[in-house]
Design a protein around this ligand. Structure first.
Ligand SMILES: O=C(O)CCC(=O)C(=O)O
Length: 316
């Protein structure tokens, strides 16, 4: 590829990065991820053209431009982590070493000490979550949650979306599954403009499955939840879609729930895989909202949410 063509391809990425990166030797934590993207992207784009797909709603453009399979480094305020792009649709990024072990232990201890962990209920009284206790931790009551919330918003949420009225995070949801526990396939974003989900694997146990990741969904009618469920039941986590397995406590997964045009990304359907015998899985779900970039619900999304046959696919 000619240098001039490469420059033309990089221009939007560079423009965005330079606009947010301060002139420091070591970039400030909130922009470090993006500043570090530039040299890596230069090499990657030289061999593979960038995806035509625009950045999902709420996703920083340079992160959306990271090719699947590429890994970059980023910095939290206290330590480094790596970010690997796992899939195009939805935009899934695996963040290794994102939380420290101390942060993981604090969150699990705060959840247990809060006395608020209770068996999960899901909308419509379905059995979508089995053998799973849940509670929420507000940033106002946890210094650890407050710090994580602030840093994640700076790293993983597009600054323009984050600045819109109503944008921000929900309280942290902490989930403790026992053996046999699972969270059946669901969308996080049917009832709320949760543009970004970050899952923190607090004890490194368990897995999350995206049965439709990077698959064609043209033949699926998402207004018919039973049909979607039937299709998903023919799929296998070891063969289809994307199976995310943390390697250690503190690994995290970020994914974006809406397309660039503000419509829900149906490929973001995901499930907490059944927990093995004798195991306990701790995971925390962090939802970031940006109402201003989300298209108002359309008919089939409402049917998805309020359909009578509500077993299985539910809102988060
Ligand atoms: O347990 C998991 O792996 C996924 C949790 C989840 O899907 C959620 O909280 O929305």
């Amino acid at each position: 590829m000619k240098p001039s063509a490469l420059l033309a391809l990089l221009a939007p990425v560079l423009a965005n990065t330079i606009a947010v990166a301060p002139p420091l030797a070591r970039p400030a934590p909130a922009v470090a991820l993006f500043a570090l993207l530039v040299p890596r992207l230069a090499g990657a784009i030289a061999v593979a053209p960038p995806l035509a797909r625009p950045a999902p709603a709420g996703c920083p453009a340079p992160l959306a431009a990271l090719p699947v399979g590429s890994t970059i480094e980023g910095y939290r305020e206290t330590h480094a982590f790596t970010a690997e792009r796992l899939s195009t649709r939805p935009t899934c990024v695996l963040l290794r070493n994102f939380l420290s072990e101390v942060e993981c232990k604090i969150i699990m201890a705060e959840a247990e000490l809060s006395g608020a962990l209770h068996p999960a209920e899901t909308s419509g009284g379905t059995d979508a979550r089995r053998n799973c206790d849940v509670c929420t931790l507000p940033p106002q009551k946890s210094a650890a949650v407050a710090a994580i919330t602030r840093e994640v918003a700076g790293l993983l949420l597009d600054p323009a979306a984050a600045a819109l009225p109503g944008s921000g995070s929900e309280d942290l949801h902490v989930l403790r599954y026992g053996a046999g526990g699972e969270f059946r396939p669901h969308f996080d974003a049917m009832a709320a403009p949760r543009v970004l989900t970050v899952l923190y694997y607090l004890n490194g146990v368990g897995a999350t499955w995206f049965p439709l990741a990077d698959a064609s969904t043209d033949a699926l009618d998402f207004g018919d939840r039973e049909a979607v469920l039937r299709h998903v039941s023919t799929l296998d986590p070891s063969r289809d879609g994307l199976l995310v397995e943390p390697a250690a406590p503190g690994d995290a997964l970020a994914f974006y729930n809406f397309e660039a045009n503000g419509a829900p990304d149906m490929h973001a359907l995901h499930a907490g895989v059944e927990v093995g015998a004798g195991e306990t899985k701790w995971v925390a779900s962090h939802f970031f909202r940006a109402p201003g970039v989300v298209t108002p619900a359309v008919l089939h999304h409402r049917r998805m949410l309020h359909g009578r046959a509500s077993r299985g696919v539910v809102r988060g």
